[in-house]
Design a protein around this ligand. Structure first.
Ligand code: SF4
Ligand code: SF4
Length: 374
């Protein structure tokens, strides 16, 4: 399984288009799409964030994919259903989708409308956007980021966005432990991966630290592509310094693809590449350690090592996080400076942290957690 990687440090349309054309040719994407008429491009549009924040797929990368597919004579759809209750029109506007839709003959699909296909897997029942099944194939265009809960987020996790809007929070409620949620992501991947013809990872500017939305942008300067999202993520995560054993959802996704790490073909110049000093928040790892500890160890460790969502003074009291909380643990009433969290109800899914458009939710930690979590 081949992973194409090229260096590029700026969002220059012509350069990106040339790189992607080369990669698609090498991966046989145009041949694979010979009989496809309609294509669904699935970017990461997590919320109403400006592209400079490096939270969402940059519109210039999308523009390059759109141009390549229009040049190939395809009907192009672009769609997502942002997390939380952010108004979708605000998301289309802030992320540059409106602008693309004005300049190109593309259909913009809101996955929260247009119906769902019910998909039953071994241990889950998914409602996935019908657009993913109406289009002849999917082009997955993800963003390169670290993730507070899952450690890393790229191409495999971007496909979780095929679950419409607030339904995403249901899975957090049903599977609150990171290892359970990892299984949800990998099973969903197993259900949809055969419809995905190519995966692109926008790592020109990515995010490190408290991703997926409250970290710091970083100029990784890479654009990657592969027919397999799991192979692509395996290489991309390794370049951030992760070991595959830390990312159980990725290991499971690779099993769905039938890929072994030693069978992934990487350009020679990138084989040993690792970005220096990437900031990572390793919450998920410590939850995992706790999951296998006896009860008394858990209770002592929890008191010493704990973390929870808290608010800074950027809060605009918009209420988006409150509506997005899967267990109704948040309240916001007039006069409050920011929402209040019922910590007995909170399952620490960090959806509030993920959806806040103003980066007003940060992760507060005890002294030990601060010491351990770099
Ligand atoms: S923390 Fe404040 S600004 Fe952020 S989503 Fe919640 S209410 Fe809105
Ligand atoms: S308060 Fe935040 S972290 Fe806690 S359950 Fe609600 S959304 Fe998840």
């Amino acid at each position: 399984m081949k992973v194409c990687i090229e260096s590029i440090s700026q969002y220059r349309l012509e350069d990106i288009k040339k790189i992607l054309a080369r990669s698609f040719e090498e991966l046989g994407v145009f041949n694979a799409l010979a009989t496809a008429h309609t294509l669904l491009i699935k970017p990461n549009l997590l919320g109403a964030h400006h592209p400079d924040k490096a939270i969402t797929t940059h519109p210039v990368v999308l523009e390059a994919v759109i141009q390549l597919m229009l040049d190939a004579g395809k009907d192009v759809w672009v769609g997502d259903s942002p997390g939380g209750s952010t108004p979708v029109k605000a998301v289309w506007h802030a992320t540059g989708i409106d602008d693309l839709a004005q300049r190109y003959p593309v259909r913009v699909c809101n996955f929260s409308e247009g119906g769902v296909e019910e998909v039953i897997t071994e241990s889950n029942h998914f409602s996935l956007s019908s657009y993913a099944y109406q289009a002849d194939a999917i082009i997955n265009v993800a963003k390169y980021k670290t993730h507070s809960l899952m450690l890393y987020t790229g191409a495999v996790k971007n496909l979780y966005g095929l679950v419409p809007g607030l339904k995403k929070a249901d899975y957090h409620r049903q599977k609150p432990k990171p290892e359970e949620f990892a299984h949800v992501i990998s099973e969903l991947y197993g259900a949809i991966h055969s419809r995905v013809v190519v995966n692109v990872l926008d790592g020109i500017w990515g995010m490190e630290g408290e991703g997926p939305s409250a970290g710091e942008p970083r100029n990784f300067g890479v654009l990657m592509a592969s027919s397999s999202a799991s192979a692509l993520d395996w290489v991309a995560a390794r370049m951030l310094g992760f070991k595959p054993s830390q990312l159980s959802y990725l290991q499971q996704a690779m099993m769905h693809d039938g890929i072994l790490p030693e069978n992934i073909e990487i350009p020679m110049a990138w084989k040993e590449k690792k970005f220096k000093k990437v900031k990572i928040r390793r919450i998920g790892f410590f939850i995992k350690v706790l999951a296998y500890s006896p009860a008394f160890v858990k209770s002592i460790f929890r008191r010493m090592y704990d973390y929870w969502p808290d608010f800074n003074d950027q809060c605009k009291k918009c209420g988006i996080c409150v509506k997005s909380c899967p267990v109704g643990a948040m309240t916001l009433t007039p006069g409050m400076k920011h929402p209040r969290i019922d910590h007995d109800k909170c399952i620490k899914c960090m959806c509030c942290h993920e959806v806040c458009p103003y980066q007003a939710v940060y992760i507060k930690k005890t002294f030990l957690a601060k010491f351990l979590v770099k």
